[in-house]
Ligand binder design. Structure first.
Ligand SMILES: [Zn+2]
Length: 115
């Protein structure tokens, strides 16, 4: 996975101007200080730190995007784990219902052996 690196303040300012001082997603005017810097393609999903993989988002868009990526991120982490041979925890098998399946309970409550 690519190491996380950050944009220089100069690069951020340049990007902010290129985006017309707006959020890259909803196009709402966003002050430079309120801008959140996002990897267009997340690092864990083979994204890079290249200038073209960065965008400035407003806080609500950034939160929403991060949430959208959560499933993909979890899957990528899982696959990376399998690839590296990491043992994952398996949930214990659920016990079968506490009723002997060889028996049958009728609606009136009487129990009889299945035939
Ligand atoms: Zn936005």
């Amino acid at each position: 996975m690519t190491r996380r690196r950050y944009l220089t303040p100069h690069a951020k300012l340049k990007l902010w101007h290129e985006q017309g001082e707006n959020c890259a997603e909803c196009r709402t005017a966003t002050a430079f200080s309120r801008m959140q810097w996002d990897h267009v393609l997340a690092l864990c999903l083979t994204g890079t730190n290249d200038a073209h993989n960065w965008q400035g988002l407003c806080a609500p868009c950034h939160t929403a995007k991060t949430r959208r990526e959560a499933g993909m991120r979890a899957k990528a982490d899982r696959q990376r784990g399998y690839h590296l041979g990491v043992k994952t925890r398996r949930w214990p098998k659920l016990p079968s219902r506490p009723f002997d399946t060889r028996l049958r309970r009728r609606f009136d409550g009487t129990v009889e052996v299945r035939t």
